[in-house]
Design a protein around this ligand. Sequence first.
Ligand code: URA
Length: 431
Amino acid sequence: MTMIEIIEAKKQGKPLSEEMIRFFIQGYTKGDIPDYQASALLMAIYFQGMTDEESTFLALAMRDSGDVLDLSDIDGIKVDKHSTGGVGDKISFIVGPMVAHFGLKLAKMSGRGLGHTGGTIDKLESIKGLKIEQTEDEFKKQVKDHHLSIIGQSGVIAPADKKLYALRDVTATVNSMPLIASSIMSKKLASGADIIVLDVKVGDGAFMKTTEEAQTLARLMVEIGKLANKKMIAVLTNMDEPLGHFVGNAHEIHEAVQTLLGKGPEDINHIASTLVAHLLIQSNVYQDFDIAYDACRHALSKGLAFPYFKRMVEDQEGDSDMLLDMPKYFATDNVQIKAKKSGYIHQIEALKVGQAAMLLGAGRQKKEDHIDYYVGIELHKKVGDFVDEGDDLLTIYHHQKGLNEAMKLLEEAYHLSSDVKEVQYIIDTVQ
Ligand code: URA
């Protein structure tokens, strides 16, 4: 077999065999296949597409290019949750403790943030002392004993995907559905979970801007997971405004804790409960979705999952006393942006809010940038709320860095209208 034959086959729209895909991925990862041949194949895939089976072969070959976590020596049902990335997305910190409360186990490896969406690991590091690096044995022991661990990616997860993604970035081949779906799933399939719930964000602040695109991606990821013998569900959720009221690292941990204590906003309560209810159905803890959902809402309202989050923080050597006192650590310089007229909030551009948070220092523009964990944004008004002229729309907690540019973006982010707007938090479910 040669790379020329593989490129030729895809150029003519023929499906590639598992053997061909493994030949390509193994050769490219080792450096035996040059970038120009890999680029030609990527472009052929971009135009000709891939079947679900080919996308699965690609995801599995990329998964097998690195370490694959084996959780089989941990009893019980292991679940994982993945978000395609949004602004103010702190749902993992709520879903994890909730599934732990219901007796499932969540062993999650997460990444750092880049660009306008924050990273799960960066948010956790706003808790002083918290260790996000663990050996595999420590990680597994924590999951075994206390049902929950969220750590940074250890070992080498899907190095083929990393190398290929960098090439896609410079050859205009990022936005190909089979390439995106197999890239995301290669990393998820390395996590060793039995059941995976995907939160596919849709809208202005998300990777997928339209419902149709998000449905296509969700369906493909679900198919790849199923063909790889995982139980899969994808929930499409709205990212036309940031999630909840807080954006920033410590700010989002604060809101997650408040939600776990029964004081969360409706969008977060609803999305987290929906994701967990699906996991409870898939794992046969409940047979009826509405009953599972009600049990989730009950657990949140009574604060039943909070002890699992606190325990996770303590297991990872974080200062759990901070959790109930997070606002004390927020940057003390603050400034409000006020409504310039009266009306209903029609849209809060999530992308601009995410970019503003990044400019303040809450996120990275480049991989090497340092994060300021304690700057952030509090949205006092959300889509559907009515405001009078002069009301506070939001507060910026800052350390001077990037303030003027962030204010400009945030002023542009809010759109008012004379009509009230209904918000739909969950757009679709694919399973
Ligand atoms: N996220 C990924 O991990 N891969 C893609 O291709 C796109 C988004």
